[in-house]
Design a protein around this ligand. Structure first.
Ligand code: ATP
Ligand code: K
Ligand code: MG
Length: 656
């Protein structure tokens, strides 16, 4: 399987693969280096990526964007209220999960956010397959640093739905830092360089403080402003014009979703122009009620609209530095990525905060995907990559809980905020019988506001505890792990018992021919493994397989629709081509009768295509095509035979 890295962006997604001893970004079907993160539903098939974006404005109610924001969100999470401001599709509750209600192929369907991301990743996989002709099973998917266990599990499930094996879920900033660490050639060998990575994208702003040297890095601290990105700029602009147009044109675009959406699209364009110019015009034709709107905006005005954002730019930086235990003065470089950092006032503000110029070593749009592809390659058993070691930062404290028996306490904070992962810790519990352990966020207040309804992470049922005769409990060792994807697990569990063993007594004064002296000591040795059953925030197996099956059948349908369309186009082309040739190349190779008959058939086929054959089946298009070709090919055969004859004649002439 080709190592595959995907930076799932809230507005667009970048795909990278490891091949030809390097990392390449993969272009999509229209040769773009990123693909809109959009899933649309139509009267026959789905429109995912570019096609979804293309018909978004005309299909608002059946188009879902902001996928990354709704992934793994509960229906009751307060953040959904914020996301609903951006979404145009009806949102519904499906077993507590966020889902959408859409029309696909004339039927109402409900899809959860996990299914939607699964669909999208399936399309992304398809793009990679088409472009590279490779086989894709493993994926390294990046997620925001603030994603909780539930959101990470949903991301994991989404990969599964897309038929992919998520070898690792990685924080976006960490993937970017890996990209930096791997490809930068002038890194120090001993004392690490302290680099701050900053990413401001479509919806979110993240900061990671990283110590990096040749061959390895460690994330020392991370923080984010979950609701801070380009979409906030676009909305601020759209809101401004919404107000202006009420007085200026007596229209209310807020009451017309299509008009509002078109203004948003134009607002994003305007924003980009303002990154390079101090003033820009704003025009949309026939926005609603046949009104053409026209206005303009200055960069200063835009900065005024987003002042509340600009005023809090320093907060995640301060938090990440403090988590890392560093001061601004300790920082050697500030590496900036993400589309929204092209906004001049943001760049200026960031540079002002550090009192230093910013660095743009990384490709702003592609660094995350490239790092992810490299990490995926690291995990590949068949590929050899340069060794690179990285440790990530754990942003939330996690405790494991049990029912108290002999212990003084019923819980332990195993993975505190600020620790590194992956990491393992072994604990010992004395148990009288089978037992349960539960992992929870120790301090839910550390979690980002708005997206967590419960501190629950996972629960394990440990079975197979057998006591030794005459004893009331047995020591159970649990190997607890914060794994490479950031999941909290119990990797293994086993009972141990005290056994008397003989141990050599070290005697420094002993002479060479003294008898070695042994003593009997009691030691803990492994007795037997415990079985672990677990309950996580992943989808239950049964539902996951249902979703996988559903995705398979939907993508089959999409393929059939696309094939049918191809066949129809091929038939149409053939009709025109054959008709043209009958008057041209094939002229002398068909009798008048044949020609008349074929012309008649072509005319009929054409009429059929624009009438009842307009929306027919793949089989019918093929049959029609074959019917015409059965005569067309006879004539073509005669023509080709003549051509060959001419060629032969020419050759023997030349040879003579
Ligand atoms: P996220 O990281 O939040 O999930 P994303 O990865 O999709 O989102 P990016 O691709 O990093 O986001 O950035 C997209 C954002 O950058 C959009 O809001 C876009 O309008 C904005 N952007 C792109 N170019 C410019 C520019 N020249 N000036 C201002 N903003 C820009
Ligand atoms: K992106
Ligand atoms: Mg991004």
């Amino acid at each position: 399987s080709v190592p595959f890295g995907v930076d799932l962006g809230n507005s667009n997604t970048v795909i990278a693969v490891a091949r030809n001893r390097g990392i390449d970004v993969i272009v999509n079907e229209v040769s773009n280096r990123s693909t809109p993160s959009v899933v649309g539903f139509g009267p026959k098939n789905r429109f995912i990526g570019e096609s979804g974006k293309n018909q978004q404005t005309s299909n608002l109610k059946n188009t879902v964007d902001n996928l990354k924001r709704i992934l793994g969100l509960n229906f009751t999470d307060p953040d959904l209220k914020i996301e609903e401001r951006y979404l145009t599709v009806p949102v519904v509750d499906k077993d507590g999960q966020v889902a959408v209600k859409v029309r696909l192929a004339g039927k109402e369907e409900i899809f959860t956010s996990t299914q939607l991301v699964g669909m999208y990743l399936n399309k992304i996989k398809d793009i990679a397959v088409k472009e590279t002709k490779g086989k894709f099973t493993d994926i390294c998917l990046t997620v925001p640093v603030w994603y909780t266990e539930q959101q990470r599990r949903a991301a994991h499930d989404a990969c599964r739905i897309a038929g992919l094996n998520p070898v690792r879920i990685v924080n976006e900033m960490t993937a970017a830092a890996v990209s930096y660490g791997v490809f930068k050639t002038d890194l120090p060998e001993d004392e690490p360089k302290k680099v701050v990575f900053i990413d401001i994208g479509h919806s979110t702003y993240s900061v990671s403080v990283v110590a990096v040297k040749k061959g390895e890095l460690k994330v020392l601290g991370s923080s984010s402003d979950k609701h801070f990105g380009g979409r906030d700029f676009d909305h601020a602009i759209a809101e401004h014009f919404a107000d202006e147009f009420i007085t200026k044109y007596k229209i209310n675009i807020r009451e017309n979703p299509k008009a509002y959406s078109r203004v948003l699209t134009a607002a994003e364009k305007l924003k980009k122009v303002l990154s390079a110019n101090s003033q820009a015009p704003f025009n949309v034709e026939s926005i609603m009620n046949d009104v053409d709107v026209s206005s303009q905006l200055t960069r200063d005005e835009l900065e005024e609209f987003v002042k509340p954002l600009l005023e809090r730019v320093h907060i995640p930086i301060d938090q990440a530095l403090s988590a890392a235990g560093l001061q601004k003065e300790d920082i050697d470089a500030i590496e900036v990525i993400g589309g929204c950092t092209r906004v001049p006032s943001l760049k200026a503000r960031l540079s002002e905060i550090f009192g230093k110029p910013l660095s743009f070593t990384l490709n702003q749009d592609e660094a995350i995907a490239r790092g992810a592809a490299f990490i995926c390659a690291m995990h590949s058993p068949t590929l050899r990559v340069r060794p690179f070691k990285f440790e990530d930062f754990n942003p939330y404290s996690v405790s494991y809980f049990w029912d108290k028996e002999d212990e003084d306490t019923d819980n332990l904070e195993v993975f505190p905020k600020g620790g590194s992962f992956p990491s393992t810790k072994i604990i010992t519990l004395y148990r009288s019988k089978d037992f349960e352990v539960e992992a929870k966020y120790t301090r839910p207040e550390e979690l980002p506001k708005g997206s967590i309804s419960t501190p629950f992470i996972a629960k394990w049922f440990l079975k197979g505890v057998v006591l030794n005769e005459g004893e009331s409990s047995i020591a159970c060792k649990l190997k607890l792990r914060n794994d490479p994807s950031g999941f909290y697990t119990i990797e293994s569990a086993y009972t141990v018992e005290e056994k008397e063993v003989q141990e050599l007594v070290e005697n420094p004064d002993a002479k060479e021919d003294d008898e070695p002296e042994y003593k009997t000591v009691k030691k803990l040795v492994k007795k037997n493994d415990l079985q672990i059953e677990l309950q996580t925030l992943s989808l239950p197996k049964k539902i996951l397989s249902e979703y996988i099956e559903k995705e398979n059948s939907l993508s089959q349908e999409d393929k059939l629709v696309a094939d049918t369309e191809d066949r129809k186009n091929a038939l149409e082309e053939y009709i025109y081509e054959l008709r043209g040739k009958l008057d041209d190349h094939y002229k002398e190779f068909a009798s008048e009768d044949e020609k008349a008959k074929l012309q008649e058939m072509l005319l009929k086929a054409e009429d059929w295509l624009y009438d009842e054959g307009y929306d027919s089946s793949k089989g019918k298009y093929i049959a029609k095509h074959e019917e015409l070709a059965s005569i067309g090919n006879v004539i073509r055969g005669r023509y080709l035979a003549k051509e060959e004859e001419k060629k032969q004649a020419l050759r023997s002439q030349q040879e003579a």
